[in-house]
Design a protein around this ligand. Sequence first.
Ligand SMILES: *Cc1c(COP(=O)(O)O)cnc(C)c1O
Length: 430
Amino acid sequence: MKDFTPTSYTLECVATGREFEDTGWMLADPQYKEPSLVRAKYARKQLDVKPAEWGLYRFCDWLPVRRILKGSSAPVTYKSKGLAKHLGLENLWITFNGYYPAIGATMTTCSFKETEAYSVCGRAAADEQRVLVVASAGNTARAFAKVCSDNNIKLLLSVPYDNIDALWFDEPLNPCVKLISCDKGGDYFDAIYLSDLALKGPGFYAEGGAKNIARRDGMACTVLSAVTTIGRIPDYYFQAVGSGTGAIAAWEANMRLIEDGRFGTNTMKIMVSQNAPFVPMYDAWRADSRKMLPYDADKARRDAEIIDAKVLSNRRPPYAIAGGLYDALKATGGEFFVATNAMARKARKLFHDLEGVDIYSAAGVATASLINAVAAGKIEKDATVMLNITGGGEEHFKEGKELWYLKPSHVFPLDPDPANVVETVEALFN
Ligand SMILES: *Cc1c(COP(=O)(O)O)cnc(C)c1O
């Protein structure tokens, strides 16, 4: 790990194909004015997987990182026996993101948001003086908090007050990590609004979400784990989506793996699911629409309150954008599913019974959609199936541990005074 040299890559605008250099944290092609993702084109076309001690950075050939941070873990892929037998599938592979040391899974923040956090923070320069700003409903905040705390990176989190219980850790965090919240009753969108105000301060910069290549290529490590374990590109990829970023990343990884040449030329079908009744992308897909359909804000809030898998309640996902989820589904012949809370709960219990560990509601939604797809006869029994368990093992991790909670340094009203926000957050880091 000592002799790491920054990964070499260029950027490519998906809509136009224009290639250009990354002059630093670029999230879009400055010459193209329509919405489009940019992708990294890595100098190394064949992935050379590094030893296990490298953690997530064992996949650094295809991560846009300048440095390697401490404490990361890679996803773990294994061939399912219990769930596979139950479903009558001969080649079901589970990629587990979370905490389950018995299979070698050691993500202590328990979700695949850790893959993006290590990748994003490794993209930033070691001498970056500005404060990274991340708005989140929970899992993302916990992942970034751990990475930044362990590696002494300045981080400002914006999390709704109602969600701060999600910020549990097994040890106190380094004070370089600060939390602000919007008042009770505020949701993820209020937290985003608050973080946008904080970003008006010159000393702060935005993580960038799905537009950040580091975020997507971090999540793509789930597929790199699966394919380098299985030895081939799967036929199907199952994941529950809120933004769809992980599924877009899976498709991008698939294209790189075809170019690699050692894993076949297969395009895996991207099989995504949402938690009913909050299903805006499913509705757009079913209407064969690239544009999201109108979704009344009050109804969206109510629907988001009903669903178990709160991490799936994104109202402005990168669905329509060039290179986004709509394109990923079209290009791969993918499908969209929905699962109710009842289906997801049953699937979580089944997973626990058959695979031995607790999983999050979102992973339960993905498992339920696999169960439904098999029941509907959509999956051949000898097909190679990758089930992305995006998060799990939280109960397992917490067993017998005393937890420490990150508390907000400041709680703002839902309509804060913009100047006051900037002043307050600047003072936190001085
Ligand atoms: C964020 C999250 C998802 C949704 O991921 P996207 O690809 O961003 O839609 C699914 N499961 C878990 C556990 C998550 O934390």
